[in-house]
Design a protein around this ligand. Sequence first.
Ligand SMILES: [Zn+2]
Length: 155
Amino acid sequence: MSVIEEERVRGGVFKDINPEDEDQQPTVIESLCMNCYENGSTRLLFTKIPFFKEIIISSFTCPHCNWTNTEIQSAGRIQEQGVLYTLQVKTKEDMNREVVKSDSASTRIPQLDFEIPAFTQKGSLSTIEGLLDRAVAGLEQDQPIRKVCVLSVTV
Ligand SMILES: [Zn+2]
């Protein structure tokens, strides 16, 4: 498929994100809740963030246990070159800055020598604080099991 044809195909599905556009309704599919294994629903929205790229937003909600999960997947081609964005967090409000982070992006906080490597978090639309919360939750996951392992080694 040539580039022009591909653009035409993509243009049909991916439109600039616009809450006013009535045609931009999410596709809803019934899917299994990974928390309680009852049926919930996944809403898929194919959209395009201006000056960014085509993305698929999937939002899962379960009416049985109220579990929710929102993910963003990049639908565009992987860029040939990466981009470096630097944000100086100077005030508490800066923690509320919205960020779209793809799964192939890595996040670094040089002052803390802390890095969230690429492909360790799923893509998300979040805030700086949200990204850090996710990293903390990821690090805390399975900690009791790890502690048991350390104990069994030292005993
Ligand atoms: Zn559930």
